[in-house]
Each structure stands twice: as structure tokens, then as C-alpha cells.
Design a protein around this ligand. Structure first.
Ligand code: C5P
Length: 248
């Protein structure tokens, strides 16, 4: 059973190990997991991934967005398991065989190491891509929502545990993929926070109502003068939305 706190993933988007460590120490009892992305790992190294480097046993979501031929992705995914991450991701655009290869490799490596199997999540479509880019540059003949729902179904068939999707699509993906398929939603902004460069945002409560299992929040927390208070307020909003009985 997930607690409201478990549903909050804080994005540690920084190239400073000292900053990441300070934030992770400060927030280790107020967030369910930390998202460590390419910026942080390339700047600070893999020690960020297993919690040791951030002086915290909290769960780590490695936002590695693997996208390559199946054999290469399988090998990389297998190597990532040894870092002890809780969740990792691949691009759904790499195709079903690539996603299946990642899922199979992660399962096998986790068994071999006798460690919990990391969750494998697919990125449906980068939200930085707009409808024109999808249609003209990528020549995709579908609306953004239809494309995202299609990619989520592909990820589900390939055995992925869930997808990352924007607040804009979370409700449609929940309907298409049903309960039990994990939906991770960035672009979440509490009503009291700045939107930064996020365009279409939902509040934590709205995201949970729409069907998100986990919400990813970065700058409203990490850029705040009181990150702990921000986390606690967001967790309160998640709790209130979950109690409404509208969450999955
Ligand atoms: O600071 P902010 O709350 O906007 O951070 C959101 C995090 O989620 C960032 O790490 C961003 O890269 C990531 N993300 C996103 N939209 C996506 C996928 C990931 O904002 N579609």
C-alpha cells in the first residue's frame, strides 16, 4: 500500500554533487524517491544512483531514457541494475523489441544479483515536442494524445511497468491501460508555485485525480527557500486527493 509520501518523486536536477547531497539529506523523510537524470549523473557520477552518494537510502528513479538497438539497451539496462536503482526508463520510440529486451535483461540481472527488480518505465513522447514537430519533423500522422496512448499500449504489451506521461495525457492513458499500470507525471505545479517553463500543468491533487500514481516535482521544491515545507504541503495535497477515492 502506497502512502501519499511514496507518490512524490523529487527531481534532483543539478550538476553539483554537494547540492544534490544536501537536498537528498534534507528531504529523505519527506519524499518517496529522488529522480536522478542525465545532467546529475554526467556531472556527479554514478555514486548518485545507489543512495550512498547522497547519504540517503531513499529510492532512486534513474531517468536514463535508454534508446538504442535492443542488444545495447539490454546490456545497459542490465548494468544499471547493479547500481541498485528502484526505477529506470527507456524510450518507447525504441520499439517493442527494445522495450522487451530491457524488461527481460532487468529481470534476469536482478535475479542473478538477488536484488529487487527495478521498475522499467517507458517515455511515451517528450513533452518538449509540439504537434507541429510531431507531424512535420517526425511525420507522425496522429494527434499527440493518440500517439501517447498508442505508445503507452506498446509499452504495456512489451512488459513495461508503466509510462511517463504529461498531465495532458494522464487521464487518457489511464483509461487505455487500466489500473495497475504505473503512470508517472512530471509538469506538476502546486497552485502556489511558479510554473517556470512548464506550459500545461496540473496541481498535485489534479494529477492524482486524473490517475497518476507518482508525480515528479523539481524546481518548486528544489528552488524553494524551504524545500521541506514544500514537500510536506505537496504530500498533504496528494493525501487529500487520494482520500477522495478518485485515485486508482
Ligand atoms: O522542475 P520541474 O518540476 O519542471 O522538473 C520536472 C522534471 O521532470 C525535470 O527533471 C524534467 O526534465 C522532467 N520531465 C518533464 N517532462 C517530461 C519528462 C520529464 O518535465 N515530459
Amino acid at each position: 500500500m502506497m502512502t501519499p509520501r511514496d507518490r512524490l518523486i523529487v527531481a534532483l536536477d543539478t550538476s553539483s554533487l554537494e547540492h544534490a547531497t544536501r537536498l537528498a539529506c534534507l528531504l529523505q523523510h519527506d519524499a518517496g524517491a529522488f529522480k536522478v537524470g542525465l545532467e546529475a549523473v554526467h556531472a556527479c557520477g554514478f555514486k548518485l544512483l545507489n543512495g550512498r552518494g547522497v547519504a540517503s537510502p531513499r529510492r532512486i528513479f534513474y531517468d536514463c531514457k535508454l534508446h538504442d538497438i535492443p542488444n545495447t539497451v539490454a546490456a545497459a539496462a542490465s548494468a544499471i541494475v547493479s547500481h541498485g536503482v528502484w526505477m529506470m526508463n527507456v524510450h518507447a520510440a525504441g520499439g517493442q523489441r527494445m522495450m522487451e529486451a530491457a524488461v527481460t535483461a532487468v529481470r534476469a540481472r536482478a535475479e542473478e544479483l538477488a536484488v529487487p527488480r527495478p521498475l522499467v518505465i517507458a517515455v511515451t513522447l517528450l513533452t518538449s515536442l509540439d504537434p507541429r514537430e510531431l507531424a512535420v519533423e517526425m511525420r507522425v500522422d496522429a494527434s499527440v494524445t493518440d500517439y501517447v496512448v498508442h505508445m503507452a499500449r506498446q509499452a504495456q504489451s512489451a512488459g513495461c511497468d508503466g509510462v511517463v506521461c504529461s498531465p495532458r495525457e494522464v487521464a487518457s492513458v489511464r483509461i487505455a491501460c487500466g489500473p495497475g499500470f504505473l503512470l508517472i507525471t512530471p509538469g506538476v505545479r502546486p497552485a502556489w508555485a511558479e510554473r517556470n517553463d512548464q506550459r500545461r500543468t496540473l496541481t498535485p491533487g489534479e494529477a492524482i485525480h486524473a490517475g497518476a500514481d507518482f508525480i515528479v516535482v523539481g524546481r518548486p521544491i528544489t528552488g524553494s527557500s524551504d524545500p521541506q515545507a514544500c514537500c510536506r504541503e505537496i504530500v498533504r495535497e496528494i493525501a487529500a486527493a487520494s482520500e477522495d477515492g478518485s485515485s486508482p
